[in-house]
Design a protein around this ligand. Structure first.
Ligand code: SAH
Ligand code: SF4
Ligand code: F3S
Length: 484
């Protein structure tokens, strides 16, 4: 049990790729009394939340450790998006129980989306869980830990309409010191019928733009060169002085509402050497104004994650995505027109959603041919308890059919990724260096504006540098080249 992280082989390759990798807190010893081991699953928002949790815990006497056996408190920040994600967490809880047998005073807490979905059920079902805290309850964690210290199990799954943790300065975990995530909003109001997020994360709310800009500026001053603005639907970011805090109205020169395009510009203007990325864009809400803003600022990266889910309008309607195939195509055309052919576009897709026919599946494949995505996260449908789809529709597509369709879209995406990367061969790309390549310390790795990983011999360059690289070779996943 020395290194639990090696056991992540229980995740499928698809899940590893689909952001569902695990991130573990690293050793930070500042002489505090107790130690926290934190493991996060799921999306970037969850990883970003773990940084907030670590900050709250650090204020309350906890250093972090990367070794579960040294920990006084173990937190699992969990994901509920697909059944597999929850199964992974359950397996981990059993493993942690093994560690706890030799260390009965160790406290095990479940945080995040699974905590919110299952609430106190987790305490009853999983006898080894001592504490359950939902995504809006992290300020209460020190208090919940004290409750457990005093001998009672502790639960807080209250969902807030206001909490954005705006004033908390996150402790950067697993950081390369160059790129960082900033949460700009929380929750989701969209109610896609397959999706559990509105139930686990609550109502959508936007964070004060001043606190976002201050966080980005602080990161830049500390040497970071790229921020990714995070939200489930960044295009519906909306902060109004009137709604949120009247006193700030004057400071903002009477601009009454800050929308996502405004926020992007505010962050981009911090410094032209600070790259700005964002995720996730919703096809129904992404405006031409946002696209023009991306085009206007060289440091806003030319990359848009625009999940389509399905290429068929009837299926999209059943998914409650509120756009049609034609609307989606129109948004892709607008991206190509306003930003250009080189703008990276990626997607999320679900195969085998309730009642999906073979012809409708072919519509997803033909849409992929139209868009030529650089990259996609692809899944087969997994029914989630409590969602609209679970209540209204039968999960009627056999697993083999879901998997067969998934294999077909994965194969198509592989071809498109390779073709899109081949277009980049023979061209110069501006790369922000993130560190050594995974395979060799003689090579550096970074990304171009379109979010593609580029590897090149290190020369005299280092982390945080911008380097012009002439790409001379590629695979479906990576570009290779030399500094020029
Ligand atoms: N807010 C983002 C998506 C967040 S969830 C958006 O609207 O695009 C990430 C992805 O998980 C989704 O885009 C979807 O493709 C997938 N997903 C969500 N619920 C799912 C389910 N029940 N079964 C399979 N995949 C699912
Ligand atoms: Fe889920 Fe839809 Fe919200 Fe994305 S936009 S988090 S898919 S409900
Ligand atoms: Fe998972 Fe919750 Fe994110 S369900 S994908 S961790 S918002």
């Amino acid at each position: 049990m020395d290194n639990l992280i090696d056991d992540i082989s229980i995740l499928s390759d698809q899940e590893k790729e689909a952001c569902e990798v695990v991130k573990v807190s690293e050793n930070k010893n500042t002489g505090k009394e107790r130690k926290l081991y934190n493991e996060s699953y799921g999306c970037q928002m969850n990883f970003s939340d773990s940084e907030i949790v670590s900050s709250i815990m650090a204020e309350n006497g906890f250093d972090t450790t990367s070794n579960v056996e040294d920990a006084d408190v173990v937190f699992l920040n969990t994901c509920s998006i697909r059944e597999k994600a929850e199964q992974t967490v359950r397996k981990r809880l059993v493993q942690f129980n093994g560690v706890k047998k030799n260390k009965p005073e160790m406290l095990i807490g479940v945080l995040g989306c699974m905590a919110e979905r299952l609430k106190s059920q987790l305490l009853e079902e999983e006898k080894i869980v001592d504490l359950v805290a939902g995504p809006d309850a992290y300020r209460d964690l020190p208090n919940l830990v004290s409750q457990v210290d005093d001998g009672t199990k502790a639960v807080n799954t209250f969902l807030s309409r206001e909490e954005t943790y705006a004033d908390i300065s996150p402790v950067r975990l697993n950081s390369n010191g160059v790129t960082a995530f900033i949460s700009i909003m929380r929750g989701c109001d969209n109610m896609c019928s397959f999706c559990v997020v509105p139930f686990t994360r609550g109502r959508e709310r936007s964070r004060d733009p001043h606190s976002i800009v201050a966080e980005a500026k602080d990161l830049f001053d500390k040497g970071y060169r790229e921020v990714t603005l995070l939200g489930q639907n960044v295009d519906s970011y909306k902060w109004s002085a009137e709604q949120n805090n009247k006193a700030r109205l004057e400071k903002m020169n009477d601009i009454e509402v800050i929308n996502f395009a405004d926020l992007l510009a505010m962050v981009a203007e911090i410094d032209s050497n600070l790259r700005v990325r964002f995720s996730t864009s919703h096809p129904k809400d992404i405006t031409d104004k946002v696209l023009h803003t991306i085009n206007k600022y060289e440091n806003i990266c030319n990359y848009i994650h625009l999940p389509v889910q399905s290429g068929n309008t009837r299926v999209l309607e059943m998914m409650n995505r509120t756009y049609t195939r034609e609307w989606y195509i129109n948004r892709v055309d607008a991206i190509r027109e306003i930003i250009g052919q080189d703008c990276g576009i990626s997607s999320d897709m679900i195969t085998g959603f309730c009642t999906e026919t073979e012809e409708e599946h072919l519509d997803t494949l033909s849409l992929m041919d139209y868009v030529n995505y650089d990259f996609s996260y692809m899944f087969f449908y997994s029914e989630r308890p409590g969602t609209l789809a679970e209540k209204k529709y039968e999960d009627d597509i056999p697993l083999e059919t879901k998997k067969k369709r998934l294999a077909e879209i994965i194969a198509k995406q592989q071809k498109h990724s390779l073709a899109r990367n081949k277009r980049d061969v023979g061209r110069r790309h501006k790369i922000l260096v993130e560190g050594f390549s995974k395979r060799s310390n003689d090579h550096l790795q970074g990304r171009n504006s379109a979010n593609k990983v580029v590897i090149f011999p290190k020369g005299n360059f280092k982390k945080g540098d911008y380097v012009d690289v002439l790409v001379n070779d590629c695979s479906a996943a990576t570009l290779l080249g030399n500094a020029v």
